[in-house]
Design a protein. Structure first.
Ligand code: NAP
Length: 264
């Protein structure tokens, strides 16, 4: 009979990339509440420390690892640092992602392409590889990749981001197939619009009143008439990190308030 304890992450060690704010922070808090030891990584140490302090407050054993995950050479250092502190890695959430500028396909230059692809795609691939090598030795693990609905339906003026997120969906499928026999489950969460710094950057250049107006106008066009909250992604991540999902691999969970359906 199914037991709710299958959702527990007690005794598990997790890495959440981009864990200092937004969706990654909500997942890190969720993992902490589910009993995991959590390593959070991103570039700005102050943001990491602030998040870690909240997590310590709820009894979590937390490790802060500042790193630029768009730099290949930083990846193994993160993995080694986590192993040094916790001795194992059971869960990896590849959440760190960015789309630093909007540009048409006619204007996009190589620098923008490399910045986005190095983090969103290359970083996810090689982080997964480095952690999966550890998981294989341990006898299993869970990898969760945060893609986007833009990986289904490309968004105008963020072509490289959209392409990278389509690629993340395929990273999941390729790793899931090859690693199924190693008892490593690899899955994707595809968020729709979620209220974070990344989302709010759409309106950051506008005066506050105009930003509020444009945001409200956008919400009117959403099936749920609202933007989602980071916490609304955490539950799916806990499921995919837990034993409850042991037969779920190569799958995608779209959490978008029916945004994609609303496009048809
Ligand atoms: N918000 C949405 O509507 C939405 C929708 C679909 C998908 N997503 C995806 O969800 C994930 C999280 O997005 P979010 O909205 O929570 O974004 P966010 O608020 O901008 O947070 C991004 C996180 O990633 C870290 N990060 C950024 N660049 C990094 C780098 N080069 N190396 C290491 N860490 C880096 C950031 O910290 P530092 O800046 O300190 O490095 C931060 O912790 C992303 O993959 C995004 O594509 C978001």
């Amino acid at each position: 009979m199914f037991d709710l304890s299958q959702f527990s992450l007690k005794g598990k060690v997790a890495i959440v990339t981009g864990g200092s704010r937004g969706i990654g922070q909500a997942i890190a808090y969720g993992f902490a509440k589910a009993g995991a030891k959590v390593a959070i990584t991103s570039r700005k140490v102050q943001d990491l420390e602030a998040t870690a302090s909240e997590m310590t407050g709820i009894g979590c054993d937390v490790l802060v690892v500042p790193a630029h995950l768009g730099k290949f050479e930083e990846i193994q250092r993160v993995v080694d640092t986590v192993l040094e502190k916790f001795g194992r890695i059971d869960i990896l959430v590849n959440n760190a992602g960015a789309s630093p500028a909007m540009a048409s396909v006619l204007e996009t230059d190589e620098r923008l392409w490399d910045t986005i692809m190095n983090l969103n795609l290359k970083g996810v691939y090689f982080m997964s590889q480095a952690v999966a090598r550890v998981m294989k030795k341990q006898g299993g693990g869970k990898i969760i990749n945060i893609a986007s609905i833009d990986g289904f339906n490309p968004e105008p003026f963020v072509s490289v981001y959209s392409i990278s997120k389509a690629g993340v969906r395929h990273i999941t499928r390729t790793f899931a197939m090859e690693l199924a026999r190693e008892n490593i489950q690899v899955n994707t969460i595809c968020p729709g619009p979620i209220s974070t710094k990344m989302m709010n950057s759409h309106w950051a250049h506008l005066p506050p009143d105009e930003a509020k107006k444009q945001k409200e106008e956008m919400c009117q066009h959403l099936p749920t008439c609202r933007i989602g909250e980071p916490d609304e992604i955490a539950g799916a991540a806990i499921y995919l990190a837990s034993e409850a999902s042991n037969y779920t691999t190569g799958a995608e969970i779209v959490i978008d308030g029916a945004f994609l359906l609303g496009l048809h």
